[in-house]
Write a protein that binds this ligand. Structure first.
Ligand code: FAD
Ligand code: NAP
Length: 331
C-alpha cells in the first residue's frame, strides 16, 4: 500500500476496517489546522518519528495568508504573510508529515482514549490530537453588512485592497488588525478613515505611531457604524453615530474594512467540554486540555497574546507533548 511504504518503524499509520467496512485512516498524531501553530506541531511530531496528518479546510498558512507584511517574526526583517506560510509549510513537511484537505465537522473520544475525527468526506483515528483551528474575523452585525459583503464590505485588505485604488475607505476597529491593515490600505487608496468606538487605540504603540504620522489616515473617534448603504450593487456610504454627542452622520465611501476582533473556530469540539463560555479552548502550559491526548495551540486557545510567534511556540510544545503522551501508552 502506498501509504504504508512511508511509515516509520514505530508508527501506527495504517488503514483500519470498521463495522460496515468504512475505511478509517489511522495516524499517531492528527493536527487540525495548518496555520503557523499546526505546521509547527506537525514538524515537531514528525521529527520525533511519528506519523502525522495535518488537515485543513483551506490552503496551508491560516491567517498569515490574509497578512500583508509580517515584521515581528524573528529571522525575517519583513516578509509577506503568504511567503512566510510557504517557508513554514516546506519545513513542516520535511520529515514526511502529510497535509490533506479536510473540513473537520466532528471529533469524539472513546473509552480507550481513541480520537475519531470526521471530515466532510473521511474518517480518521488517532491517539494524539492537536487542535490548531485558530480564529476568524468577527462580524459587526449592522444593516447592510451582509448585503454588501464582497461588494464593498471586506474583512481582508490584502485580498480586496486593490479593488479600491484611489477610492475612499472606512476601517472599523482600533486593534492591531485595523491599524496595520489600514496602513497597508493607505498605500493603495485615496483616504483611510479609521472609525473607532473609543478615543484610544488598542493597537501596539509602533503601529499607532506610524498610523498617526500617515497623511492618508484619519481617525473618527468615539464613533460606531450604524449601517452600510449602497445603490443595490455596491457600497456608497456608511451611517455613523458619535457615542458621546449622539450626532449621526452619513459618510460617502467606496469600501468598508471591518476589523472588530476574532471568534474561535471551535464548533466541531463543542461536545468535548474543553471550551470556556466564549468558545476558546482551555489548556495548561503544556497545551494539554483536560482530555488526555487532546492538545490545543495557537489562536484557538484561551490566552493573552495571539501572534504567529506564540502560535509557533505553542506548536512546538504540543508536538513534543504528543510524543510524550504516546510514550506513556506503551507502558
Ligand atoms: P490560524 O492561522 O488561524 O490557522 C488556523 C487554520 O485552521 C486555518 O488554516 C483554517 O483553515 C483551519 N481550520 C479552522 N477550522 C477548521 C476545521 N473545522 N477543519 C479544518 N481546518 C480548519 N501575527 C503576527 O505575529 N504578526 C502579524 O503581522 C500579524 N498580522 C495579522 C494580520 C491580520 C489581518 C490578522 C487577522 C492576524 C494577524 N496576526 C499577526 C495574527 C496571526 O496571524 C495569528 O495569531 C496566527 O495566524 C494564529 O495561528 P494559528 O495557527 O493558531 O491559527
Ligand atoms: P482585537 O485586538 O480584539 O481588537 C478589536 C477592535 O475592534 C478593538 O479596538 C475593539 O474596540 C473593536 N471592536 C470590537 N467590537 C466592536 C464593535 N462591535 N463595534 C466597534 N468596534 C468594535 O482584534 P484584532 O485587531 O483583530 O487582533 C486580534 C489578534 O491578532 C490580537 O491578538 C492581535 O495582537 C493579533 N494581531 C497582531 C498583529 C501584529 O502583531 N502585527 C496584527 C494583527 C493582529 P475596543 O478597543 O474598544 O475594545
Amino acid at each position: 500500500m502506498e501509504y504504508l511504504s512511508k511509515v516509520s518503524y514505530n508508527s501506527t499509520h495504517e488503514y483500519v476496517m470498521k463495522e460496515g467496512s468504512i475505511l478509517t485512516k489511522k495516524y499517531d498524531v492528527i493536527v487540525i489546522g495548518a496555520g503557523p501553530g499546526g505546521m509547527t506541531a506537525a514538524l515537531y511530531a514528525s521529527r520525533a518519528n511519528l506519523s502525522v496528518l495535518m488537515l485543513d479546510r483551506g490552503i496551508y498558512g491560516g491567517q498569515m495568508n490574509n497578512t500583508a507584511e509580517v515584521e515581528n517574526y524573528p529571522g525575517f526583517k519583513s516578509i509577506l504573510g503568504p511567503d512566510l506560510a510557504k517557508e513554514m509549510f516546506e519545513s513542516s513537511t520535511q520529515f514526511d508529515a502529510e497535509y490533506a484537505y479536510g473540513n473537520v465537522e466532528d471529533v469524539s473520544v472513546d473509552d480507550n482514549g481513541v480520537k475519531t475525527i470526521k471530515t466532510d468526506s473521511d474518517t480518521f483515528e488517532t491517539n494524539a490530537l492537536i487542535i490548531a483551528t485558530g480564529s476568524q474575523y468577527k462580524k459587526l452585525g449592522v444593516p447592510g453588512e451582509q448585503e454588501y459583503g464582497g461588494r464593498g464590505v471586506s474583512y481582508c485588505a490584502v485580498c480586496d485592497g486593490a479593488f479600491f485604488k484611489n477610492r475612499d475607505v472606512v476601517v472599523v476597529g482600533g486593534g492591531d488588525s485595523a491599524i496595520e491593515e489600514g496602513s497597508y490600505l493607505s498605500q493603495l487608496v485615496k483616504e483611510v478613515n479609521v472609525v473607532h468606538r473609543r478615543d484610544k487605540l488598542r493597537a501596539q504603540k509602533i503601529l499607532q505611531d506610524r498610523a498617526f504620522e500617515n497623511p492618508k489616515m484619519k481617525f473618527t473617534w468615539d464613533t460606531v457604524l450604524t449601517g452600510i448603504e449602497g445603490d443595490g450593487k455596491k457600497v456608497t456610504s456608511v451611517k455613523t453615530m458619535n457615542k458621546k454627542t449622539g450626532d449621526e452622520e452619513n459618510i460617502s465611501v467606496d469600501g468598508v474594512f471591518i476589523y472588530v476582533g476574532l471568534v474561535p473556530m471551535t464548533e466541531p469540539f463543542q461536545n468535548l467540554g474543553i471550551t470556556d463560555e466564549q468558545g476558546w479552548i482551555v489548556t495548561n502550559e503544556n497545551m494539554a486540555t483536560k482530555i488526555p491526548g487532546v492538545f490545543a495551540i495557537g489562536d484557538v486557545r484561551k490566552k493573552e497574546l495571539r501572534q504567529i510567534t506564540t502560535a509557533v511556540g505553542d506548536g512546538g510544545i504540543a508536538g513534543q507533548g504528543a510524543y510524550s503522551y504516546l510514550e506513556t501508552l506503551k507502558d
